[in-house]
Design a protein around this ligand. Structure first.
Ligand SMILES: [Zn+2]
Length: 194
């Protein structure tokens, strides 16, 4: 799996031109058919997508290209999940968030738990990133919890990235920076800033 931008024609051009790097080695990806159709759930509607697959010309592994408005193995768009995380950071409980977003309480609780487990790592990674992107940025003000600190650090880094690189939805930025693994348990969730 490789995280890519949300502009499908641009991604296709880059893929065809051999400009996408393999996430596992120094090789270049080339087109390799499509993955199965998947449903992406936005806040109020569903979208059917058929993600592009690619194969590395060097290690021969195949990688599905996942647009950065999603996360690995999550049906809900990262903007929806991010809004839920922001609501939790503001003090809302998972049942209320689930009700407000029209999602199952168990689904929302799972997002919040996964994020909470990695909150300290996430806070640390995005705080460093925010200061790398904006050296003039002052210290981030501490929030009431590690969870809220982590959400704040993502917001600060995303805001700094907009100032440096141009407009981009903050949670898409967070997905790209985490390689789509913002809610995943992995020893190395952050391959680097995208
Ligand atoms: Zn490779």
């Amino acid at each position: 799996m490789k995280i890519v931008g949300t502009d499908a024609p641009e991604v296709e051009r880059a893929l065809t031109a051999g400009k996408l790097a393999c996430p596992g080695c120094a090789g270049r990806l080339r087109p390799w058919g499509h993955a199965r159709v998947r449903v992406v759930r936005h806040r109020d509607e569903e979208e059917r997508r058929r993600p592009r697959r690619s194969q590395c010309g060097r290690c021969a592994l195949t990688h599905v290209l996942l647009p950065e408005d999603c996360l690995l193995r999550r049906r809900d768009a990262v903007a929806v999940i991010g809004a839920a995380l922001t609501a939790k950071a503001a003090g809302h409980g998972h049942r209320r968030i689930a009700h407000d977003f029209g999602r199952l309480a168990a689904t929302v609780r799972n997002w919040l738990r996964r994020f909470a487990i990695a909150a300290v790592t996430i806070r640390s990674f995005f705080t460093v990133l925010a200061h790398d992107l904006d050296p003039m940025l002052g210290p981030l003000s501490p929030a009431p919890s590690d969870f809220a600190d982590a959400v704040e650090a993502i917001a600060s880094a995303a805001w700094a990235a907009v100032g440096r690189l141009g407009p981009r939805p903050p949670w898409s930025f967070a997905s790209a920076c985490s390689g789509g693994r913002l809610l995943s348990n992995t020893s190395c969730p952050y391959p680097g800033a995208a």
